[in-house]
Ligand binder design. Structure first.
Ligand SMILES: [Fe+2]
Length: 387
């Protein structure tokens, strides 16, 4: 919801009669958040989105989560997980808490049913692959290194055109642009690492006029159901407002660099209740003549820090590969592995891409996380004596 957008045909006032060519009324839908208190959009459907033919249980396995106990730093080699399926069936939960769950998905086929998460916004990072997300707001094309922000309540289908590796953060609240980047009117400030024109919005297509039976998988904070609706969800003739799915590609991120090491908040991209999202992209290193490019040792005593490694040479991390996730747990110290500081000296730039989430409540571990854990990671900071 970076700014106001309008698409397609709209009546000149909201909440007035707006008629189809056949004389019938378009069905206006208020797509709201936080009740009626926060950002919203108005959509005009050919027919009411409420026509529900059937509600069935969604036989969906609930992922058990176990505590990170004993508390330690962990490495999950998610690239070793086997799987596949559509973008929802393929999700495998690695970590989670009451604020956010973190899953990976290797989507290798299009969704046939639609999906709607009404329990909070989803933030999807596309590691590899391309395709389209079909929504009532229009088609949102995606490609590698896109962040996709899907507002709670959005009905959508993921249609990959090539096998797609996704990292899925499912929040229990709203995923927003950090307040520090916005002025009093919400516009992005000059010091922000991105600008409004960097965000891509759905392209509205001709409304699908085909009453029939359409499945929508609905989930809300642990409750779920399969709705069979009469009208195609993408039968929208026009919409406007501040709430819609959008994409932001990391190629557009203009990283903030400095004379000395910049801490993660300098790389913030989004935020959500109990979570902060950062992105580390190709950039020039610090320019002090004695600067140390890799981070210092530290313990994030009030948050769990989760990095997903996308591409490049992960200079400060031993043993991680593309698709690895490291969990640096609250209170457990971490930093560059032995030798990383010396070998970083004199380097002027990095080509690495990694995305991070910090959570302010402890994360628990999903069964897929346990299945792909490299259990000795916490020992990777031990100095190995020469010879
Ligand atoms: Fe850290």
């Amino acid at each position: 919801m970076p700014s106001y957008v309008r698409a397609g045909a709209l009546p000149h006032k909201r909440h007035i009669q707006f008629r189809r060519p056949d004389g019938g009324l378009y069905a206006e839908e208020l797509f709201s958040t936080k009740g009626f208190e926060s950002v919203y959009s108005l959509l005009y459907h050919l027919r009411p989105p409420t026509a529900t033919l059937e509600v069935r249980p969604w036989q969906r396995a609930v992922e058990p989560l176990v505590a990170n106990d004993p508390l330690r730093n962990r490495h999950f080699k998610t690239q070793t997980l086997s799987g596949g399926g559509d973008a929802i069936a393929a999700r495998r939960t690695i970590l989670g808490n009451a604020d956010v769950t973190i899953a990976v998905a290797d989507a290798d086929r299009p969704m046939t049913a639609f999906y709607r998460n009404t329990g909070g916004d989803e933030l999807i990072f596309v590691h590899r692959g391309a395709g389209t997300i079909e929504t009532p707001f229009g088609d949102l094309a995606y490609r590698a290194h896109d962040y996709l922000v899907i507002p709670t309540g959005t009905t959508y289908r993921v249609l990959p055109s090539s096998a797609t590796r996704m990292l899925v953060y499912a929040s229990s609240g709203s995923v927003t642009i950090p307040r520090k980047y916005r002025n009093e009117f919400g516009q992005l400030e000059e010091h922000a690492p991105y600008y409004e024109r960097d965000f891509r919005v759905p392209v509205l297509k001709a409304p699908v006029d085909a009453p029939g039976e359409y499945e929508v998988l609905v989930t809300n904070g642990g409750r779920s159901a399969v709705y069979v609706v009469q009208n195609h969800p993408c039968d929208v003739i026009g919409w406007d407002g501040y709430c819609y799915p959008y994409a932001f590609n990391l190629d557009e991120f203009a990283p903030i660099t400095g004379k000395l090491h910049q801490p993660p908040p300098a790389h913030a991209v989004f935020e959500a209740p109990g979570a902060a999202f950062c992105a580390f992209v190709p950039r020039m290193f610090d320019y002090h003549p004695l600067a140390i490019p890799v981070p210092y040792n530290h313990s994030s005593v009030d948050c769990d820090e989760v990095l997903y490694y996308v591409s490049g040479n992960f200079m400060s991390r031993r043993g991680v590969e593309e698709g690895s996730i490291t969990l640096h747990a609250a209170g457990a110290p971490h930093g560059p592995q032995p030798g990383a500081v010396e070998s970083s000296l004199g380097k002027t730039s990095t080509d690495e891409i990694a995305v991070m989430i910090d959570t302010f409540a402890p994360l628990q571990i999903g069964s897929a996380g346990t299945a792909c854990e490299e259990p000795s990671y916490f020992r990777s900071w031990i100095e190995v004596p020469a010879g």
